[in-house]
Design a protein around this ligand. Structure first.
Ligand SMILES: NC(=O)c1ccc[n+]([C@@H]2O[C@H](COP(=O)([O-])OP(=O)(O)OC[C@H]3O[C@@H](n4cnc5c(N)ncnc54)[C@H](O)[C@@H]3O)[C@@H](O)[C@H]2O)c1
Length: 245
């Protein structure tokens, strides 16, 4: 049975990714710092699910996730670095500590995850998928450090795709547009008029609506599957056409 590790699986896109893998018959190891909603995600996904509570910005969490997957399920075929946080602040309002914390969660955690899973992925000729953002491809206003972390995530995926190609490990980025999740609510609630901001976000998408976590998860499942066996180093927008303009 194929096995996936999904970080940030307690809510939003990560919860959708966990459900997509489990529905497709994969075993899943779910990682998040938030224990109660993580247990909620695991409920109903069947017997082949394990959870780990921890901060992905710490190396030990990523090492423990790989150990858990190997011990419990015997192999790792796909690793998904999804955990992430936003920072809706202009640059003049941003402290050095906030910058460091954002890069630790959105970028450094991907390095720890990749390092922890490298050998196991080489054994299965598996894949790593990072959840970046359309803001890794085009910029947006009001969150410059978040945008910078997502640009870094896209380039990390491309660079690792090259470095790991000879080992048969594929590495890709999924670049969601605006997805209806708790993170989006946090971002919109920080705006002066949240209701107007939500309407603006919907109207700004060529498809005229926000994405669902399941729509992002479908792209991750595809990139993790044998159907994508010759796809590596791509940054796949799942953005309703936003970056086509
Ligand atoms: N929602 C969007 O519109 C959107 C758009 C583009 C990209 N993304 C990206 O998708 C990913 C998921 O976003 P979401 O909208 O589902 O967010 P969310 O806030 O709804 O869920 C994120 C999950 O990650 C977990 N998490 C955060 N920091 C963590 C840490 N340090 N250690 C362990 N777990 C941690 C949270 O507890 C939460 O369960 C993020 O990387 C985000 O940047 C989201």
């Amino acid at each position: 049975m194929s096995t996936a590790i999904v970080t940030g699986a307690a809510k939003g896109i990560g919860r959708g990714i966990a459900a997509a893998f489990a529905t497709a018959g994969w075993s899943v190891v779910l990682v998040d710092r938030d224990a109660a909603p993580l247990a909620e995600t695991a409920k109903g996904l069947g017997a082949n699910v394990a959870t780990l509570t921890g901060d992905v910005a710490e190396r030990k969490t990523n090492d423990a996730a790989v150990r858990l997957a190997t011990e419990k399920f015997g192999r790792i075929d796909a690793v998904v670095g999804n955990a992430g946080v936003t920072l809706p602040k202009l640059i003049d309002e941003t402290s050095g500590d906030e910058f460091d914390r954002l890069f630790a969660i959105n970028v450094k955690a991907l390095m720890y995850l990749a390092q922890a899973a490298h050998r196991a992925l080489a054994q299965t000729r598996g894949s790593l998928t990072v959840i970046a953002s359309k803001t890794g491809l085009v910029a947006q206003r009001n969150s410059p450090i978040y945008v910078a972390t997502k640009g870094a995530a896209v380039q990390l995926a491309r660079a690792l795709a090259l470095d790991w190609a000879t080992e048969g490990i594929r590495v890709n980025a999924v670049c969601p547009g605006i997805v209806d999740t708790p993170m989006l609510k946090e971002f919109i609630d920080a705006m002066p008029d949240p209701a107007a901001s939500r309407r603006e976000h919907e109207a700004a998408q060529p498809l005229g609506r926000l994405a669902t976590p399941a729509e992002c998860a479908a792209a991750v499942l595809f990139l993790s599957s044998p159907a994508a066996s010759f796809i590596t180093g791509v940054a796949l927008p799942v953005d309703g056409g936003f970056t086509a303009e």
